[in-house]
Design a protein. Structure first.
Length: 465
């Protein structure tokens, strides 16, 4: 009878070939848009595992547990036997106030999330005297968010000049907007790592399926427009986005041990586009004719382009019980802008006569540092971990043209306040871990931001046999 790990490996290879075939389907359609549906969406590109987070996420140059299936598949080759790893994560958020028109404030509320964020089963497969292969099947939670947004109605004062050409002649109530976005992206995959030359060089790769589950709604209440002289009411606005789609991601990693104390690693994560459908019913204002019309499209196919990332890092053993970790990671958040469209905002026209505003999401470099000290009480190790990393702002940002080129300066300012690109954040991490009876590993980590807007707490366990 074939051993269980043979069937696990055979099945994983078969599924990988199927995913490789599926990945060649052609993608069409637009990307995300400028509606509030996408404000505050949070992707989780830190490495899984409490140990990794405790050292500031600087794990790609170590990758010495089953979370290497995602962090750096090459590191799987270091695992001596069968391991099961499971992780739970709680992320808390603070509400964000947004400057809005008429000296009002909108609010963005990101719900706290507790979930099962990672699972992996790794198993060695002997293939020769000088080489070994270790495979792993895994589940990874890339995104899980529940965001609500409220942009309150406000009143333009009579005789207020809101554009170079239009002065309000009577009270005008601006739209009351609300939005809800529930987004989950789950990853199911297989990774494998091989070692060569007495484990001095390791290489690895991973193939996975990402599953999108999206449900979003956006609405705006009707607004009287007679104060602008249009002589008609603007229709209520409504946008919905829904999707359940699958696509394929790839990972490639390497790990090099030039000497006993130093290891250097790198990883590439190539992420897919995930399709969803959007229905629009929003108002379009032509400032040349002062006509108001409806932009009404049903079931527009759009793509959520998950950013690719590239990591390089190193681990240095200062002495037998003290380690130092460093990592640099480049994340292409600009991928989200591929096929970007900006249909929303015409009701308070933020476009220019001849020069439109600019929307952008920046790619970023993250820099991670960490350390781990292991103290023994008898035969039981207790690991103490500290780390930090810098996360530059990477949300959608709107920059209006010069004020003299903008049809509605007040509307442009409102859009700039809403889509401000986010804020830079320093993260400070700490963690504890222990191994019991050489079989059970338990780790805890906390990741605290300098402004307390987002804090993450992770508990993970490993069973080895």
């Amino acid at each position: 009878m074939r051993p269980v790990k043979y069937w696990l490996l055979t099945g994983a290879v078969g599924v990988s070939l199927l995913m490789f075939y599926l990945s060649f389907f052609v993608h069409t359609g637009y990307a995300i848009d400028n509606t509030p549906l996408w404000q505050g969406v949070d992707f989780e590109f830190n490495q899984p595992g409490a140990r990794s987070r405790g050292i500031g996420g600087a794990f790609v140059g170590s990758a010495d547990d089953a979370t290497a299936a995602v962090a750096n598949p090459a590191g799987l080759a270091q695992l001596p036997g069968v391991q099961f790893t499971i992780e739970g994560r709680t992320t808390t958020y603070n509400s964000e106030d947004v400057n809005w028109g008429g000296n009002t404030e909108g609010k963005i509320n990101n719900e706290d999330i507790t979930d099962l964020s990672f699972f992996a089963a790794s198993f060695p497969v002997p293939i020769g005297k000088e080489s070994s292969l270790v495979g792993a099947v895994f589940f990874n939670k890339i995104a899980n968010s529940d965001i609500s947004i409220h942009l309150p109605s406000f009143k333009f004062d009579p005789n207020e000049k809101v554009t170079p050409d239009i002065i309000i002649t009577e009270d005008f109530d601006f739209f009351d907007y609300s939005a809800e976005n529930e987004l989950q992206i789950d990853e199911y995959g297989f990774s494998a790592g091989m070692s060569f030359w007495d484990e001095k060089i390791m290489v690895g790769a991973g193939l996975s399926v990402l599953r999108l589950d999206l449900s979003s709604e956006f609405s705006g209440s009707a607004s009287k427009s007679t104060g602008f002289g249009f002589g008609e009411d603007i229709s209520p606005e409504y946008i919905s986005a829904h999707g359940n789609s699958l696509d394929v991601a790839y990972r490639f990693g390497t790990l090099f041990h030039p000497c006993e104390k130093l290891s250097i690693g790198g990883n590439i994560s190539a992420m897919p586009q995930l399709e969803y459908e959007t229905s629009y019913n929003i108002s379009i204002f032509d400032h040349t004719t002062f006509d108001v019309s409806d932009f009404d499209y049903t079931d527009q196919t759009q793509n959520l382009n998950i950013p690719d990332s590239y990591s390089i890092g190193a681990t240095y053993r200062i002495r037998s019980d003290w380690y130092f970790f460093v990592e640099a990671k480049y994340i292409e958040y600009g991928d989200l802008m591929d096929g970007f469209r900006a249909p929303w905002g015409a009701v308070f026209d933020i476009g220019a006569y001849n020069q439109p505003g600019r929307y952008d999401i920046d790619d970023i470099w993250e820099y991670h540092l960490g350390t781990e000290y292991v103290y023994f009480t008898g035969e039981t190790p207790i690991a103490f971990r500290l780390g930090t990393y810098f996360e530059p702002a990477h949300s959608l940002e709107f920059n209006a043209p010069p004020e003299e080129e903008v049809f509605n300066p007040e509307g442009a300012r409102m859009m700039e306040d809403l889509l401000d690109g986010g804020e830079d954040a320093w993260h400070f991490t700490f963690g504890l871990g222990t191994v019991i009876q050489n079989k059970y590993q338990i780790d805890f980590a906390a990741d605290i931001t300098d402004d307390q807007d987002k804090n993450t707490f992770i508990l993970s366990g490993v069973y080895a046999f």
